[in-house]
Design a protein around this ligand. Sequence first.
Ligand code: ARG
Length: 460
Amino acid sequence: MSEAMWGGRFTKTTDEMINEFQASIGFDKRMYHEDIAGSIAHATMLAKAGIISVDDKDKIIAGLKDILAQIENGEFDFSVDLEDIHMNIEKRLTDAIGEAGGRLHTARSRNDQVALDTHMYVRRQVVEVQKEIQNLQQALVETAEKYGDVIMPGYTHLQRAQPILFAHHLMAYFGMLSRDFARFEGVYKRADIMPLGAGALAGTTFPIDREFVAKQLNFEAIYNNSLDAVSDRDYIMEFLSAASILMVHLSRLSEETILWCSREFSFVELDDAHCTGSSMMPQKKNPDVSELVRGKTGRVIGHLMAMLTTVKGLPLAYNKDLQEDKEGIFDAIDTVKFSLAVYAQLIRGMKVRKEVMMTAVAEDFSNATDLADYLVKKGMPFRQAHAVSGTAVHNCIAQGKYLKDMTLEEFKELSPLFEADIQEAISPETCVKNRNSFGGTSYQQVELQLKAAKELLAAE
Ligand code: ARG
């Protein structure tokens, strides 16, 4: 007989290389807290249902608490021979308390146990990710307020398009992060369903009380199909999907940050403490954080693809392939939390070069739409006004100047509708101020966005 916990039907011990290959203890040990909490709830239920004695239950719980302390004090020796966190803990428990330990696994399989632990772990991590999302949102709000009057060019096709408030630009990311937050709320809901009690796949012959276990472990719901309970990895795919979308948002912000602190743009300057230099080129100050966040986005998307691919061909119910769910999601959790935390710091330390942004607005044609709108407000059809403004831009380019340099006479040659107020009407401040439609870039609308954002953060 093999000495493994399942060794009864085996005549040989597991090959050493196979053992190492199939073990998950190297990464699933991070779920020790969930594993112990789950076992305490399970043992409590077993005693309540009369499946094990109260005495055995007490021994099991005391033993598990000891093990928890050992793990937290770094005194627990994890063994690859015991494959995973579940068997490491159960074996240590049985070594410590004897026969009672051998009763803990009654009416339970590692298939529903691992599902339970992972649900609980993901549920806990969702809350932490959400806290980090809020921290970054807070940093965006603070920075938007700090630079509330800064005007920059808004872009389409990466060509200067219309003047906007820098705060408006930052608040666009706030909106994306609000949706990310809500997506993680959905992930929480799907992780908040308890699989324990499914047994290996088909339920159990013992009179267990799943409601009671769910209550102890704070689950909102219970899987009502045992096959689904042990096979479901939707909540992991959903986490990875929400995490991928979040990382895509951070990656877009990173791309902009990298552009903005290039010499070509020079819109912002990052804090020296948030950048690194070059070992060869003494002048370099590189935006590594943004580049890394942009790069790590690929990793997180990769984990989502890996998980979808792992699950897509799997027959019900448990297959060992499902053990592959963990490294990806653990890495995604660490990556997302770290990226969010680092980004909040980066944004808080960012210095905005107001004058450079303003020059980029003034020395270009991003007020050409406003020139057309001016004529429309005097009665000209928009298509015609668009053509007049286009001609004005064309003439300026030919003469090496901007709309702001045109005289009233030059304007009047293009249309008699132009009056003395034209320059005022196309100044960057007016362009911004007049885009006062709901959700627009006007000072007033951005003020409203900031107000709503602060209320949202206070309420969450
Ligand atoms: N280590 C396994 C996992 O992470 C636990 C479940 C194993 N069950 C089994 N029958 N081999 O998926």
